[in-house]
Design a protein around this ligand. Structure first.
Ligand code: GDP
Length: 191
């Protein structure tokens, strides 16, 4: 009741009474194996556990962060959980998402191509004011890098996305990713 949903057209919380506590649906997209689950676990639990394969998609995990202006943002994080195999469900998955995080693996050019496919899908089916982030994960594997940083920057710029490279393994830029997204969310005006 204290939070205001962004991007849920039928939200009963549309009174705009609480601009300080935002609740947003965030969808994760990207090839299997790029590290989506590990990014979420690192963000939500502060852990990196390559052996535990957690299925986030059944419901979702959520995490709240506080910004400097005392706004709080509660991310409801939806993992793809094999959405690739059920293309018909994709529009349902995107529905109401205020944020999309598209992940690739910097050691995998294929995963970078796949990320571009997901961006096009989002442009077709997502909300027009969705905040999109492009994430090059596994930045700790720089010696195996096959996608140049500049390629990520250029693609993100062309598609009006926020770009960052992360490592779920070392925790590099994981909190920064979510903080930057939070800053970019459209704010409901206080009433
Ligand atoms: P998902 O299918 O996209 O959810 O990918 P997972 O989160 O299951 O990760 C796939 C594999 O990549 C696992 O073996 C992880 O241990 C590994 N992984 C995930 N993130 C990183 C990272 O930042 N660096 C490295 N070196 N490995 C990672």
């Amino acid at each position: 009741r204290d939070s205001r949903q962004l991007g849920f057209p039928n939200s009963e919380n549309d009174g705009g009474h609480d601009a300080k506590n935002l609740r947003v649906k965030l969808v994760l997209l990207g090839d299997s194996g790029v590290g989506k689950s590990c990014i979420v676990l690192r963000f939500v639990r502060g852990q990196f556990d390559p052996t535990s394969k957690v299925t986030v998609g059944a419901s979702f995990l959520s995490q709240t962060i506080a910004l400097q202006d005392s706004t709080t943002v509660k991310f409801e994080i939806w993992d793809t959980a094999g959405q690739e195999r059920y293309a018909a469900l994709a529009p349902l998955y995107y529905r109401g998402a205020a944020v999309a995080v598209v992940v690739y693996d910097i050691t995998s050019p294929d995963s970078f191509s796949k990320a571009q496919y997901w961006v096009k899908e989002l442009q077709k089916h997502g909300s027009p004011d969705i905040v999109m982030a492009l994430v090059g994960n596994k930045a700790d594997l720089n010696e195996k890098r096959e996608v140049a940083v500049q390629d990520g920057i250029d693609y993100a710029e062309k598609n009006r996305m926020f770009f960052i490279e992360t490592s779920a393994k070392t925790a590099d830029n994981i909190n920064e990713l979510f903080e930057e997204i939070a800053k970019r969310l459209p704010r409901p005006s206080a009433s």
